[in-house]
Design a protein around this ligand. Sequence first.
Ligand SMILES: C[S@@+](CC[C@H](N)C(=O)[O-])C[C@H]1O[C@@H](n2cnc3c(N)ncnc32)[C@H](O)[C@@H]1O
Length: 284
Amino acid sequence: MGRSRIVRQLTLISCMFLIAVSVFAQAQPGKSEYEPTPYQEGKDVVWVPTEQALTNKMLDLAKVTPQDYVIDLGSGDGRIVITAARQGARALGIEYNPDLVVLSKQNAIKAGVIDKAQFVEADLFESDFSQATVITMFLLPEINLKLRPKILDLKPGTRVVSNSFDMAEWKADQTINVKPEEGCNNTFCKAYLWIVPAKVEGSWSLPQGKLSIVQRFQRIFGEFQLREKTLPVVNGKINGDQISFTIGNKHYSGRVNGNTMQGIVKAAGKTSNWGANLIDNKHL
Ligand SMILES: C[S@@+](CC[C@H](N)C(=O)[O-])C[C@H]1O[C@@H](n2cnc3c(N)ncnc32)[C@H](O)[C@@H]1O
């Protein structure tokens, strides 16, 4: 056997050995050598883990239950997904860095939640997260803004929680801070919650007249055309698929379901039902 053939065979055996070791390490919880370093490069955002105390509070803020499907955009070492799965929810982490995906799977195995916690290696901008009932993220203000239109297209009522970064003029429905004595000891101890509002901008017909709505995220404005009279819509709010507003002395509340709204109207101590149908969904 020639010397070069022996060298080729030894190289081949070494390669096979290295592949086997790496496959074994991936499959064995706790055997990974991979240890991410805070602030290491990521595709669009560096990796910094959310403190466990804030992770718990973020999921509390979103009122996560076993009925939820939680998706973490840029899931890092998997801690938010794993914590949600521990609470009984189905959860998915979308992470670009393949090493972090492997590490997350190992962490989920160790935590005993691999049946509920899934991880995919993908770019969050290329991913479909429309099935989520809860979105969690720890990205950057400009990334949140880039994602905002897609988030606003999610099902009304979807809860969105962001570690530390807001969504500009889409003001949060709730904000929390976790103090050092509660277990958060770094600069990222604040979380924002938004509830995706139903889209109601446009003209709606009611038996009594025409309601024209302008929507700014979870706030609504507009006017009600009642024969010759035009009355302003005040205190208009949308919370997921719930709508409420006041016209004159009448307080309307109800539920939006696509092209219809239904609910109750209270005026002068009396309560009655109301309903409206969408005529067109253009701006006023
Ligand atoms: C600040 S870390 C947050 C990690 C985790 N969500 C947490 O809160 O502990 C941001 C994560 O997003 C990942 N990331 C950055 N750009 C991404 C992209 N385009 N698609 C998917 N993941 C991305 C990074 O690799 C990093 O793990």
